[in-house]
Design a protein around this ligand. Structure first.
Ligand code: IFM
Length: 454
């Protein structure tokens, strides 16, 4: 392989996880019921009826997991807080025992020199709030800000990096528009108020965190460079419509203070917006979290203007694919990052890649090792793609692999293994894969020739 590129000496190298996907312990220490507990209990929602009840048992094994990160030489870890551990029903005083868990986790990270990146919301809404309308209800945004205040009050002295939401697009689209994620509502474009209320929650959360003294506040979006299938006007318009829905709906309000043109969806004005909302949503951020998995190729729908949606996802072909059948296109990450810089210029804060990774059908071999050459190629390609974006002047400051551990992959249950550490879910035995060893060695190599920060 070509020598790895250089990165600044303070570049962050880590992994990412989310509460419901790894913690388990769903009935311990006063945790309330979340929408994902409810969703998993509904027959047919999650493949093979899997649930997050035990997941990776990280709630009890976090010390072992932090030790693994330290052995791999990682200096950053992104995790999320389960709202229902802090407020069982999503409102009211904080549950001290729930906060104690994250307190212990943060101290353990500090003891190993690992910088915590805390995400407040990664899709596990308190069911009690969902029963009142969830993200379709404006009040949920205010409840989120109250929750953010509780978490910051306990952890703000040790956690510097605060992220309000993870992937609001997926929460809106999969959870409320298509119904394939919790809470399982299939409202199509009627789900748009959820997008606004999520963004309002972000804005109110930023306000609360700033008032409490947080110095590094971010939002994480999953973004995709959108490619039109052809140069035809129809395909280009379809690609622009998809870009507006997936990317710009969650970027323009934050960095431009206005919603993108959604007229392709028959939407003249975003529903639910009140005076002052966009000012809150557009408050300056210290970084943008970018989750990147693949580009999207879009064509105009064949049925013409009566089609349900103004685009068709025709898929990327001719490239390697993961076990999830996702195309592997590292150059798409460079394209995305350069495109963000070009679109938002001075309004764009520095970027952390808060997720990037792949699932493969990894197994522990007879010699006890897990050989995952495709993941090594994937990580290598994407790290080079970040270096290329940095060379083009994009200020990227960290890379967090999704994921540390094989974990509960939402509607796919435990079928998609994204970890650089294999988890045997019957025994909870952790086995670092070859890719984990590769990542450790790559970080050592890249640190060895690190550049001073530009
Ligand atoms: O597992 C998810 C994560 O929760 C959010 N981003 C994408 C990952 C892979 O699907």
């Amino acid at each position: 392989m070509e020598p790895l590129p250089s990165f600044p000496e303070d570049f962050l190298w880590g992994t990412a996880t989310a509460a419901y996907q790894i913690e388990g312990a769903v009935r311990e220490d006063g945790r309330g019921v979340s929408t994902w507990d409810t969703f998993c209990a509904q027959p047919g929602r999650v493949r093979d009826g899997h649930t997050g009840e035990t997941a990776c048992d990280h709630y009890h094994r976090y010390r072992e997991d932090v030790a693994l990160m330290a052995e791999l030489g990682l200096n950053a870890y992104r995790f999320s807080v389960a709202w229902t551990r802090i407020q069982a029903d999503g409102r009211g005083p904080a549950n001290a025992k729930g906060l104690d868990f994250y307190d212990r986790l943060v101290d353990e990270l500090a003891a190993h020199g690992i910088t915590p990146f805390l995400t407040l919301y990664h899709w596990d809404l308190p069911q009690a709030l969902e029963d009142e309308g969830g993200w379709l209800n404006r009040d949920t945004a205010y409840r989120f800000a109250e929750y953010a205040g509780h978490v910051h009050a306990r952890l703000g002295d040790r956690v510097a990096h605060w992220t309000t939401l993870n992937e609001p697009f997926v929460q809106m689209a999969y959870g409320y528009a298509m119904g394939v994620h919790a809470p399982g509502q299939a409202l199509l474009m009627e789900a748009l108020p959820a997008a606004h209320h999520l963004l309002l929650a972000h804005g109110l959360g930023v306000q609360t965190l700033r008032e409490a003294g947080a110095s590094h506040v971010a939002l994480t979006n999953n973004l995709t460079p959108v490619r039109a299938e052809s140069d035809s006007d129809g395909d280009r318009a379809a690609a622009a419509a998809y870009d507006a829905l997936h990317n710009r709906l969650f970027l323009d309000p934050v960095f431009r203070g206005r919603y993108p043109d959604m007229s392709a969806y028959g939407v003249a004005e975003m529903p639910g917006v009140r005076d002052g909302d966009l000012e809150l949503i557009a408050a300056p951020l210290d970084s943008l979290g970018v989750n990147y998995y693949n580009p999207t190729r879009i064509a105009a729908p064949e049925e013409g203007p009566d089609a349900l949606l103004p685009f068709v996802d025709v898929g990327i072909t001719g490239v390697p694919r993961t076990a999830f059948d996702w195309p592997v296109v590292p150059s798409g990450l460079t394209e995305l990052l350069v495109g963000l810089r070009d679109s938002y210029s001075d309004a764009l804060p520095p970027i952390h890649i808060t997720e990037n990774g792949c699932s493969y059908d990894d197994e522990v071999g007879p010699d006890g090792t897990v050989n995952d050459p495709d993941r090594i190629a994937y990580l290598d390609g994407h790290i080079r793609a970040i270096a290329a974006a940095r060379d083009a002047g994009v200020d990227v400051r960290g890379y967090l692999v999704w994921s540390l551990l094989d974990n509960f992959e939402w509607a796919e249950g435990y079928h998609q293994r994204f970890g650089i550490v294999h988890v045997d879910f019957a025994t909870q035995r952790r086995t670092p894969k070859r890719s984990a060893e590769w990542y450790r060695d790559a970080i050592t190599e890249m640190r060895g020739k690190s550049l001073k920060r530009r």
